[in-house]
Design a binder for this molecule. Structure first.
Ligand code: FE
Ligand code: FE
Length: 326
């Protein structure tokens, strides 16, 4: 009997089929993030900020857990029902960040997060002022702030200080939506593989997983809906360049003011000579605790180094918004 020999391209195709293409949000995504931030904070150059964001992530988890099954079902029906059939057929993300008509519940979530942060002790005075102001901000202004943060063209936030809190509420809302089973069937977009197939947002960072069934594969982590999607290694997630254009940067202890280089061994920056941009890549094999939003935030020193080297950050960390020129 003749044996069928597979060409190398076919082998890759077969291999790819077996990789889960999309990882839905973990039920405890915000709690995991909070604990990671708490673990990274002690002795860190921005310890206070990491602790504050850890507290915010705890509040996010409580808000997500507080959505009843009936409310979740309603929110998801309302959101998924908005996608026109034509868009679905064209493979457009079903929960497109810039397009979706948001349920007002996201503003309730925001105010709940802000009240919790306002009641928390041990944070600097300006924190209470920022969250207090947000609680009293009119709905129309909150919607405008959300629109600016979700703008795919990269509009400046209307208020950089309040942006992490507004974004945190939007994350809870989108993560709740992305917990729907309809998300499981999605694949990375052929014409925009660097954008989230569930909500169309840019990733905060990428992660090479160490555990089955994702071990050895790299996934991009959505900054909004908490999904991860498969993306080949040694390729720029910003412009798609591959091979010799791609390099990796890490901090040495000398460059790291707080001697955090060893701790950050699991974090590198993937730079691209074609677009002069970078995104960080986290290696779970080197550090089992890596979490995309937390580790990206806690490796700010690496951003400073890349900035000095002339590379542009591909997209913002949802918990830290910098204005152009900062
Ligand atoms: Fe997403
Ligand atoms: Fe590039």
């Amino acid at each position: 009997m003749a044996q069928r020999i597979l060409e190398s391209g076919q082998i890759e195709t077969l291999e790819r089929r077996e990789i889960p293409r999309l990882i839905p949000p973990a039920a405890q995504v915000f709690g995991i993030r909070a604990r990671r931030l708490q673990a990274l904070a002690p002795g860190h150059a921005i310890e206070g900020y990491l602790q504050l964001m850890a507290r915010l992530c705890e509040a996010q988890q409580q808000a997500l857990d507080g959505l009843s099954p009936a409310v979740l079902a309603d929110l998801r029906e309302q959101a998924f029902g908005q996608r026109p059939a034509a868009a679905a057929e064209a493979g457009m993300p079903p929960l497109l960040a810039g397009d979706l008509q948001r349920d007002p519940i996201w503003r309730e979530i925001l105010r709940t997060l802000c009240r919790k942060l306002g009641d928390a002790t041990g944070f600097p005075e300006p924190v209470a002022a920022i969250v207090g102001e947000l609680v009293g901000t009119e709905d129309v202004e909150l919607e405008a702030q959300a629109d600016a943060l979700l703008d795919s063209a990269g509009a400046e936030p209307r208020n950089a200080a309040s942006a992490p809190f507004v974004m945190a509420a939007l994350q809870v809302y989108w993560t709740a939506l992305a917990g729907d089973e309809r998300i499981h069937a999605l694949h990375p977009m052929a014409d925009a593989p660097g954008l989230c197939p569930a909500c169309g947002s840019a990733p905060v960072a990428s992660q090479v997983h160490a555990r089955a069934p994702h071990a050895g594969h790299r996934y991009l982590a959505c900054a909004l809906c908490s999904c991860q999607w498969h993306f080949v290694r040694v390729q720029c997630s910003r412009c798609g360049a591959m091979g010799k254009d791609i390099a990796y940067q890490t901090l040495t202890d000398a460059e790291s003011e707080d001697n955090s280089a060893a701790r950050e061994a699991g974090v590198r920056a993937e730079t691209c000579e074609a677009c002069h941009g970078y995104r960080k890549i986290l290696y779970e094999e080197k550090d089992h605790g890596v979490e995309p939003v937390a580790d990206d935030l806690a490796s700010l020193a690496l951003d400073l180094l890349l900035g000095e080297l002339g590379y542009a950050r591909a997209s913002q960390n949802p918990l830290l918004w910098q204005l152009a020129g900062d």
